[in-house]
Write a protein that binds this ligand. Structure first.
Ligand code: NAI
Ligand code: CS2
Length: 478
C-alpha cells in the first residue's frame, strides 16, 4: 500500500531500506500508535513540523481520531528543515514518539497522526498542492514567531524571501505558501496559527491580506477563509541525543524523531471554522468564542516570566529553567513579576484564578526532568519581547504605575544581548552592532531602545521606563 510520506523521489529507496533497520517503522513497532497512519487520509496540513507540533496538535488530533473513529484527519506535515523529514520522520513512516517527563517515571507513546511529511525547500509545489487539496480543510502552523516574516504588526515586504515569492517562484515562505495554496482553491479553508503571538489568527490574516495586496490580486477562496485565534500551551524542550537514547531504551527501537514534553497540555481555539475540522474538543482542546483572555494570561504570565528567568538565569550561568527557578531570589522575582506587574493588566477568563495559575506556572518551570535550556527560551528575543513583555510595560505606564519588575525582564534581555557573543536571534547582526560601541549601561539601554523593530516611540520616549532600564542594567552589569 502507499505508505510513502512525501519523501523526495531520491529518498524513496531510503524509506524502503530503513524498514529493515532497527528504526521505528510500521513493520516492527513494539509500541503501536493508537492510530495507524496508513488508515488515514490527509485532511490537515501543518506548517512547522517541529517539536511542539509533534507534542501538541498532532497528539490532540490523534486523540480525536481515536475518540471519533474518523480516518479523515491525517496530517501532512511540512518542515523548513530537511533533516527533520529526511533524517527523522520519512525513514520512520512519519511515526515518532512523545517522551513525557513529569514528577514520576517517564512515559512514552508512539503517535500515528502524521500521514505525510514534506520539506518546503525541496518540495514547494507539493506543499502548495496539499494546501490546495479539496480534501484539506484546515491548515495549522507552528513556524516560530520569526517564521511569519513580519515587521511590527504587518508583513515585512522588504524581506528578500517575501519579495522572491512575490515574483512567482515556487513559494518558500509560509505566507507565500498559504497564498499560493488559496489561489488554487475553490473550497473554504481554515488557517489556525498556533504560535505564541498576540491575536495570532487576525495577525496571520493581515499578513496574507498584505501579501495579496502586494501581488495585486485576491483569490476568491480568500473571502471564505477563516483565521481563528488559538492559545497553545505545553512545554516542549528541543530534543537531545540523551533524549533519543532514553526513548530507545523505553521503545527498544531507535526513534530519531522523538519529542520531549511535560504532562500539561492546553489548547484553546476560537470556534470560527470555514468548514469541517478534526473533533479536537474530543482530544482535549477547548473551543470558545473568545480566546483573547486565555492568550493574554498565558503570554504575559507564563511566557514573559519564562523569558525573564531565561535571561536572568543565563546571566547567572544556569543551564536550565529548573535550575533558575530553584534560585530563591529569581523565583521571588518571577512571582513578583506576575503579581505586581502582569496580573493588574489582565482581564482573566471566567474561572481562571490568576494567583493559582501563577503558582502552577512556577511548578511547571521547576520540573527538573524537562531540562529546558535557558538558551533555548532566550532565543529570538527581538520577536518575543514585543509579544510577551512590552504590552505589560505599556499598560502599566498608561495606568500611572511603575513597571519595575517587567523593566527588569527587559533590562535582563539587554544585558544578555550585550554579553552573548553568539546571539540566537533573527536580528542578531543589528543588535550586536547596536551594542558594540556601548561602554556603559546608559549607552546600552539607549542603543537597544533605538531598535525600532522592537521598541515603539511611546516606550522609547518614556523617561520612567528608560530610567528603570538603566538602573536594572547597571545592577546587572556590576
Ligand atoms: P522547533 O524549532 O522544533 O520547530 C520550528 C518549526 O518551524 C520547524 O519545523 C521549522 O522548520 C519551522 N520554521 C522555523 N523558521 C521558519 C520559517 N522562517 N519559515 C517556515 N518555517 C519555519 O520549535 P518548536 O519547539 O516546535 O516551537 C515552534 C513554535 O511553537 C514556537 O516558536 C512557539 O511559537 C510555539 N510553541 C512552542 C512551545 C514549546 O515549548 N516548544 C510551546 C508553545 C508554543
Ligand atoms: C518558551 C515557550 O521557548 C520559549 O520561548 O517560553 O516555548 C514555552 O515553552 C511555551 O509557550 C509553553 O507553552
Amino acid at each position: 500500500e502507499n505508505s510513502s510520506f512525501g519523501t523526495p523521489p531520491d529518498q524513496r529507496h531510503t524509506t524502503e531500506r530503513c524498514r529493515s533497520l532497527s528504526r521505528l517503522s510500521l513493520t516492527n513497532l513494539p509500541v503501536a500508535p493508537a492510530v495507524d497512519p496508513r488508515s488515514l487520509s490527509v485532511g490537515v496540513v501543518h506548517l512547522g513540523l517541529g517539536a511542539f507540533h509533534r507534542a501538541h496538535q498532532a497528539v490532540v488530533t490523534e486523540r480525536a481520531a481515536v475518540a471519533t473513529g474518523s480516518t479523515r484527519w491525517g496530517i501532512a506535515g511540512v518542515s523548513q528543515r530537511s533533516t527533520t523529514v529526511r533524517d527523522q520522520l520519512a525513514p520512520q513512516d512519519g511515526l515518532y514518539s512523545v517522551l513525557e517527563r513529569g514528577l514520576g517515571d517517564p512515559s512514552i507513546q508512539v503517535i500515528g497522526s502524521i500521514r505525510e511529511v514534506l520539506t518546503a525547500p525541496e518540495d514547494p509545489d507539493a506543499v502548495v498542492a496539499r494546501i490546495a487539496d479539496p480534501a484539506v480543510s484546515v491548515v495549522t502552523l507552528t513556524v516560530t514567531e520569526k517564521g511569519y516574516r513580519a515587521a511590527g504588526s504587518g508583513l515585512d515586504l522588504n524581506d528578500p524571501e517575501i519579495q522572491a515569492d512575490l515574483t512567482g517562484r515556487p513559494p518558500r515562505t509560509v505566507v507565500g505558501q498559504l497564498a499560493a495554496g488559496l489561489a488554487r482553491r475553490d473550497e473554504p479553508l481554515t488557517i489556525v496559527s498556533c504560535d505564541n503571538l498576540v491575536a495570532n489568527g487576525p495577525f496571520l490574516r493581515r499578513l496574507v491580506t498584505e501579501y495579496f495586496d502586494a501581488l495585486g490580486k485576491v483569490p476568491s477562496a480568500f473571502e471564505t477563509t477563516r483565521f481563528p485565534a488559538s492559545m497553545v500551551d505545553r512545554i516542549v524542550p528541543a530534543t537531545t541525543d540523551a533524549d533519543r537514547d532514553e526513548a530507545a531504551r523505553l521503545l527498544s527501537v531507535r526513534d530519531e524523531a522523538v519529542v520531549v514534553a511535560e504532562p500539561f497540555l492546553q489548547w484553546i481555539i476560537e470556534d470560527d471554522f470555514a468548514g469541517a475540522r478534526p473533533a479536537w474538543e474530543q482530544g482535549g482542546a477547548v473551543l470558545t468564542a473568545d480566546v483573547a483572555p486565555w492568550e493574554q494570561a498565558k503570554l504575559r504570565m507564563l511566557n514573559a516570566t519564562h523569558s525573564m528567568l531565561a535571561y536572568l538565569g543565563a546571566l547567572r550561568g544556569y543551564e536550565t529553567i529548573a535550575e533558575t527557578v530553584r534560585d530563591e531570589e529569581l523565583e521571588g522575582l518571577a512571582r513578583q513579576l506576575m503579581t505586581d506587574d502582569v496580573v493588574p493588566t489582565l482581564s482573566p477568563p471566567d474561572g481562571l484564578d490568576l494567583a493559582a495559575y501563577g503558582e502552577s506556572v512556577l511548578e511547571r518551570f521547576a520540573n527538573p526532568a524537562l531540562k529546558h535550556r535557558t538558551r533555548q527560551v532566550a532565543m529570538d528575543g527581538s520577536v518575543k519581547l514585543p509579544v510577551r513583555m512590552l504590552g505589560t510595560v505599556r499598560d502599566r505606564l498608561a495606568a500611572g504605575a511603575e513597571p519595575r519588575t517587567i523593566s527588569l525582564a527587559v533590562a535582563a534581555w539587554m544585558v544578555y544581548v550585550l554579553q552573548t557573543p553568539d546571539l540566537d536571534d533573527p536580528q542578531s547582526d543589528r543588535l550586536k552592532t547596536a551594542v558594540a560601541a556601548t561602554s556603559n549601561p546608559t549607552q546600552l539601554v539607549d542603543a537597544l531602545l533605538a531598535v525600532d523593530s522592537i521598541f515603539t516611540p511611546d516606550l522609547r520616549d518614556s523617561t520612567l521606563f528608560r530610567e528603570l532600564l538603566i538602573n536594572h542594567a547597571t545592577a546587572l552589569t556590576n
